[in-house]
Write a protein that binds this ligand. Structure first.
Ligand SMILES: Cc1cc2nc3c(=O)[nH]c(=O)nc-3n(C[C@H](O)[C@H](O)[C@H](O)COP(=O)(O)O)c2cc1C
Length: 553
C-alpha cells in the first residue's frame, strides 16, 4: 500500500523503533539517531525536511500523544490500553505541515523502511496489538487491505513457517524469506495466534474479540481485522487447506514453498543479507572481552596415541596424477578390496594430504564497532580453504576393518599428525558404521567412516548470522578435498549425507552444542579390479550411467 493510503487508516500508529533514540537537532534541519542495538552505542545525524522535523518533534515531545490536543490522539480514551510511545499515523500526517511536506512524506517512508520509525497496528481507540519491523530488504509498506473474495467463514491458519521468538524484551512473530516481522504488544494477539494455529474463521475471531471485552463498538475487532489482513497479505496466515494428504505441508503458496522444511528456510533466510533483521552481519567479533576464543588447535583428548606415516611431499608432487585426471576420474566408490582393507599407512598419508596443520600463528582481531576491543585469535592453517580461516573442523575415524588399526573410534590430532584412540568397538561405533551402511543404501559396509565434526565456537565467536552456513560450506570443501585425494591415492571414497550426531557424541564424549559431527565420508581400499586410470571422459560418463541404472533397480 502507498503511505498516503496507510495514513488514512485508523488502525495504524507510528513510534520510534524500540532501542532507538531520536532527537531533533536544535539548530538544523536534521535529527540525531542513536541506538545500542549491536552492543555498542551508535549515533549519527541525518538531514530531514523541516516538515518531518516538526512531525518528529511532535512525536517525541509528547511521548506519542503529541501536542495536537485534538482529543483523538491515541491516548486510548482514558481506558489505560494506549501505547505511550506511539501516536496515530493519521495525526503524524497532520503534523507534517509546511511547503516541503511532500518531501517529508517520502522521508517518513525511508525512516520506516530503515527501521528508525516503526508502524504499529492498534485498535482505533489506541490499544496497541503489534508493531511491524522491516528486514534490511524492507521494500513494500504493509498491506492492510481486505483480501479479495474472502468471507467471514474463510478458514485461516498460521503458516508453518511462522514462529515466535524473543529478542531483548520483545516477543517477535517472524517468517523466513519475508521482509517484515511483528513485535507482539498485546496478550490478545498471542491468544489469537494459538487459535489461528488450530485454524479459525474471521467470524470466530469476531466472537473471540467479543469474549475479550469488545464492548459493543467493535473497537478490538477493528484492530484485529487489520492485523489479520496484514498477516494474510504477508503470508503469515494461509488458507487452512487439506491437512489429510501431507499434513502441514500443502497449505503454503507454490510447490517450491511447500517443499521447504521450516528449519532450512529459516537458516537460509537469516544467513543471507537482504532477509536478515538486526544491525550486524558477518565478521563482527562480538564476543571479544566477553568470551575467550577457542584455541585454533583442539586440546588433545586422552587416549592411546598412534603415530601416523608422513609421506614425502616432493615424491608425492612428482608422482601424483595431474589435477585434470583426478577431477575426471573422481567418483563415489562404494566397493572395496575386502582381502586388503585400507591400511594405517594409507590413513596416515590421507590425513597428511588433507587434514594436517601446516602452521599455527596468532592474528590480531578487533570488534567491528569498537577498535579498542582487541585480542589475539589463534589460527592453524590446513591444506584446504575455510571461511574466516576458522579451521573449526575436526576429523574422527570410526574403523570397522583396517590393516594395522583395531576397530574403534579415533580422533585425528592435526598438529601432531597422530591418531588418538577414544574407544574400542562398542555399541556406539557399531551404530555409526551401521548408519553409514544404511546411508549408502547398504551397498557396502564401510571399512572406515571419517566424521567431520565442527567446533562451532571457532566460527560463532567471529560471525553474526553466517556461522552455521560457513561451517556447512567448509564441510563441502572438505568433502571435495577428501574425494580428490582418495583418487590420487587410489582409495575408495564416498561422501554421506545422513549421519547420526547423537551417536557420534555418545561415541566420542563430545557435547553436541560445542563440537558435533556435521558430515561423514566413507573410506576404504579400492577393489582389485577397479582402476581409476581407466576412466577417461567417456568412461566416466558410462560409469556414472551404469551406476545410476544399478541404483534405480
Ligand atoms: C554432500 C554429499 C552427500 C552425499 N551423500 C551420500 C549418501 O548419503 N549416500 C551415498 O551413497 N552417496 C552420497 N553422496 C555421493 C553422491 O551420491 C554422489 O557424489 C553423486 O551421486 C554423484 O556421483 P559421483 O560422486 O560418483 O560422481 C554424497 C555426496 C555428497 C557430496
Amino acid at each position: 500500500m502507498f503511505i498516503t493510503e496507510l495514513m488514512k487508516r485508523r488502525e495504524l500508529t507510528v513510534r520510534v523503533r524500540r532501542g532507538v533514540r531520536l532527537t531533533p537537532a536544535d539548530d538544523a534541519a536534521a535529527v540525531d539517531i542513536a541506538h545500542g542495538l549491536s552492543g555498542a552505542e551508535f549515533s549519527n545525524r541525518i538531514p530531514v525536511s523541516l516538515s518531518l522535523k516538526r512531525a518528529l518533534v511532535w512525536l517525541t515531545a509528547g511521548d506519542g500523544d503529541g501536542d495536537s490536543g485534538d482529543g483523538d490522539s491515541g491516548d486510548g480514551g482514558g481506558d489505560g490500553d494506549s501505547d505511550p510511545g506511539a501516536a496515530p499515523l493519521r495525526e503524524f500526517r497532520d503534523a507534517l505541515t509546511g511547503g516541503d511536506s511532500h518531501f517529508g512524506l517520502l522521508q517518513t517512508v525511508a525512516l520506516v523502511r530503515s527501521n528508525i520509525l516503526t508502524l504499529g497496528i492498534a485498535t482505533p481507540r489506541g490499544r496497541a496489538l503489534a508493531d511491524i519491523e522491516f528486514s534490511h530488504a524492507g521494500r513494500n509498506l504493509p498491506d492492510l487491505s481486505a483480501p479479495a473474495a474472502w468471507g467471514d467463514d474463510a478458514k485461516l491458519t498460521l503458516s508453518r513457517f511462522a514462529y515466535l521468538h524473543r529478542e531483548n524484551d520483545a516477543l517477535l512473530l517472524s517468517r523466513p524469506l519475508k521482509d517484515k516481522r511483528l513485535v507482539l504488544r498485546d496478550a490478545f494477539a498471542g491468544k489469537l495466534l494459538i487459535d489461528l494455529g488450530r485454524g479459525m474463521t474471521v467470524r470466530e475471531a469476531r466472537d473471540a474479540c467479543a469474549g475479550d471485552g469488545d464492548d459493543g463498538d467493535g473497537d478490538l475487532f477493528t484492530g484485529v481485522t487489520a492485523l489479520i489482513h496484514f498477516l494474510y497479505n504477508e503470508e503469515f496466515l494461509v488458507d487452512a487447506g487439506d491437512r489429510d494428504r501431507l499434513p502441514t505441508r500443502l497449505e503454503e503458496g507454490d510447490a517450491a514453498m511447500q517443499q521447504w522444511d521450516f528449519h532450512d528456510a529459516l537458516s537460509h533466510a537469516h544467513s543471507r543479507l537482504g532477509y536478515n533483521f538486526g544491525f550486524d552481519f558477518g565478521g563482527a567479533f562480538p564476543f571479544i572481552d566477553i568470551i575467550e576464543p577457542r584455541p585454533a588447535v583442539k586440546e588433545s583428548p586422552a587416549g592411546e596415541r598412534i603415530a601416523l606415516y608422513k609421506p614425502d611431499l616432493q615424491t608425492m608432487a612428482a608422482t601424483d596424477k595431474r589435477l585434470t585426471e583426478v577431477v575426471i576420474q573422481r567418483m563415489s566408490v562404494r566397493a572395496y578390496n575386502e582381502d586388503a582393507p585400507v591400511s594405517l599407512q594409507q590413513l596416515g598419508e590421507f590425513f597428511f594430504r588433507t587434514g594436517r596443520v601446516l602452521f599455527a600463528t596468532d592474528a590480531r582481531v578487533a570488534n567491528v564497532h569498537d577498535a579498542n576491543r582487541q585480542t589475539d585469535m589463534g589460527m592453524a592453517w590446513r591444506p584446504y580453504p575455510t571461511g574466516g580461516a576458522s579451521y573449526e573442523l575436526e576429523f574422527y575415524l570410526t574403523v570397522d576393518r583396517a590393516d594395522g588399526l583395531d576397530a574403534g573410534i579415533y580422533y585425528y590430532a592435526p598438529a601432531a599428525h597422530e591418531l588418538i584412540k577414544l574407544s574400542a568397538r562398542n555399541e556406539f561405533t557399531e551404530g555409526l558404521i551401521e548408519t553409514a551402511f544404511a546411508s549408502c543404501a547398504r551397498i557396502v559396509r564401510p571399512q572406515v567412516v571419517v566424521h567431520i565434526a565442527a567446533r562451532f565456537q571457532r566460527v560463532s565467536w567471529k560471525y553474526h548470522n553466517i556461522a552455521y552456513a560457513t561451517v556447512l560450506r567448509n564441510t563441502g570443501v572438505v568433502y571435495q578435498t577428501f574425494y580428490l585425494h582418495a583418487v590420487a591415492m587410489g582409495l575408495a571414497g564416498c561422501g554421506l549425507g545422513a549421519g547420526n550426531s547423537d551417536l557420534f557424541c555418545r561415541a566420542t564424549g563430545c557435547a553436541a552444542h560445542i563440537e558435533c559431527s556435521i558430515g561423514e565420508f566413507m573410506l576404504g581400499s579400492l577393489p582389485a579390479d577397479f582402476d581409476y586410470a581407466a576412466i577417461d571422459l567417456e568412461a566416466s560418463a558410462a560409469l556414472h550411467q551404469a551406476k545410476l541404472a544399478t541404483s534405480a533397480r
